[in-house]
Design a protein around this ligand. Structure first.
Ligand SMILES: [Zn+2]
Length: 205
């Protein structure tokens, strides 16, 4: 089986409880410590075996092989990717059965990050996630006062459009946001705007 490590919790010194996103479900598994075991880290794509355990309710994680990806040793890319995984893990905290959209999204992300600026890749793919979940608001109507937004469009948590004056924040141009929301591209945004989108995304999925 293959999956992405969403979260790990250390228990009893060196054992781990590991949350893994596969194509169809999110598994919570127990891994006993072993000095020869490969290292498990948040964000890693792993190949593994699930072993039924008669004594406990939680199944065991066995035969873990980490599938390497190209930016593993690029600290900045890895850090931003892990931040995204943590946000995703919190977002999916109550989920066990899942659409393969999420697994495929992470596959796309690890392939794109090696070539491009990680924050751009992650913001673009976050917008895809919002659209998939029916939470992307392409008509620029303020979520607070419900009136149309004529000039600059500010974004609240979850990229909810709002008037600058309604959420006391500086907005983005309609042209740039339309390109992001329609085509999932950040080409028109400069780096300081990407930083701003990144911070809004970090408020939570
Ligand atoms: Zn408003």
């Amino acid at each position: 089986m293959r999956g992405f490590v969403l979260h790990t919790v250390k228990v009893r010194d060196e054992d781990l409880i590991v949350r893994i996103l596969t194509k169809s479900e999110i598994l919570t598994l127990y891994r006993f410590y072993g000095a020869r075991h490969s290292y498990i880290n948040v964000g890693y794509l792993i190949d593994f075996v699930v072993e039924e355990s008669s004594k406990t309710t939680i199944k065991r994680l066995r035969n873990v092989v980490q599938l390497p990806f190209s930016f593993l040793f690029d600290l900045e890319k890895m850090l931003n990717y892990k931040i995204f995984i943590n946000l995703l893990n919190r977002h999916l905290s109550d989920v066990t059965k899942i659409d393969d959209f999420y697994y495929n999204l992470l596959i796309k992300i690890i392939n794109e990050i090696k070539e491009r600026y990680s924050k751009r890749v992650l913001v673009e793919n976050y917008v895809k996630l919002l659209e998939k979940e029916g939470r992307l608001h392409k008509e620029f109507e303020c979520f607070l006062c419900e009136n149309k937004i004529e000039k600059k469009i500010a974004l609240a948590r979850g990229f909810l459009p709002a008037h600058e004056k309604c959420i006391y924040d500086k907005g983005f141009s309609e042209e740039k946001l339309t390109e992001l929301f329609e085509d999932k591209k950040t080409l028109l945004f400069d780096d300081s705007e990407i930083e701003k989108l990144w911070k809004i995304m970090n408020l939570g999925f």
